[in-house]
Design a protein around this ligand. Sequence first.
Ligand code: GAP
Length: 433
Amino acid sequence: MSFPVTPTLDTIVALCKRRGFVFPAAEIYGGINGVYDFGHLGTLMKNNIRTTWLKSLTNPRGEIVQIEGSLLAPEAVWKASGHVEGFHDPMVDCKACKKRFRADELDLNKGCPSCGNNDWTEIRQFNMMFKTQVGANQDSGSIAYLRPETAQAIYINFKNVMTTSRSKIPFGIAQIGKSFRNEITPKQFLFRMREFEQMEMQWFCKAETAPQELQNWTAQRLAFYKSIGLTMDKIRTRDHAADELAHYSTNCTDVEYQFPFGWKELEGIAHRGCYDLTQHSTHSGKDLGVFDEATKESYVPNVVECSIGVDRLFLTLLFDAYYEDVVEGETRVVLKLDKKIAPIKAAFLPLIKKLEEPAQKLYQSFLERGISVQYDASGSIGKRYRRQDEIGTPFCITYDFESEQDHCVTVRHRDTTKQERIAIDKLAEYLAL
Ligand code: GAP
């Protein structure tokens, strides 16, 4: 019997470390808060998330092209975007224990969550961007910031991209890459980090179609979450109230997931109006308008943005896929990850050492086709199954004595633990990896 358990954050953190999904960054030097490194399995799974997201972006309304923008941009970009002025979180310090908190996440009347005292500093605004100096000269022109969202690289390249890809409105520009925020209180592992990765798509359209596009994209994003196997009962949408909107937003719908620590934002889908392109036009002095052949007039397109954190989705997928069952009297941990997301698609296991050669040959044939597979010959077959269950491998392929005679292997299914005999020459077609 398989039952979903709600794993604690500690359980997920420990699993990630034990199996090489995620490690604390610079761990041997004591780590750095809110920053993580991804191991082999984590890297494979992240790649799968990226690929699946990109594939999910197609639609009949217009094409989507890609860019990879720089992480650093000069101060002028962030002044124009409003981030220098407005990308703040309210910060407060406990005067007794000196701990620092985000004021909007606390009930100040209840006292300090760390020491219980009720003695606070004034609330100050803290800018979350990482500021740096580019080059040897330290003047105002050399100030740069690490980007706090990938979106701005898309806006400042809008004309370059549109011209070179010969795109017509409506169309989208997608980008996957790192963003940096000096979060006051990074927390919940990969949920709120200081260095993280975003998958963002900016859909450029006419103002009159933008409200409908916000709905279209919300529906498409929900279909994406279903397609990667997330429990849809744990997904909901929430429209932002006017006082919650970011400085650039006209309207915003969050896709939320029910984490063990509450309903939280997984993705933001925002109607950003023509705010960003207008700001960059004004500040750079470059016309970012588009000529409309029908009306013979130039206009600044509206933007509908879909923005999700790769790491936050990674964490969501782990929480969602975590199950415990009792198999042959033993509790096993199993990650019921969708086949598209699972870091290892199949594991090849010779029943005993003597059968290593043909099992290796089969394994190599899958490797050569670029499929992420593992080979494991050590320990009892039960132990090897458990090792694969815990990392979410959908299939275990056992090569046994009978395989020599009937040219079949045993395929064991992760979720049901059911086993089937499949002809070796039909295996690739059967697994459909
Ligand atoms: N360009 C719009 C934008 O950046 P956001 O709501 O601030 O909007 C979008 O971020 C998504 O990026 C969030 O829904 C979340 O998935 C992810 N994200 C934001 N801050 C994050 C952080 N500190 N750590 C991990 N992921 C984060």
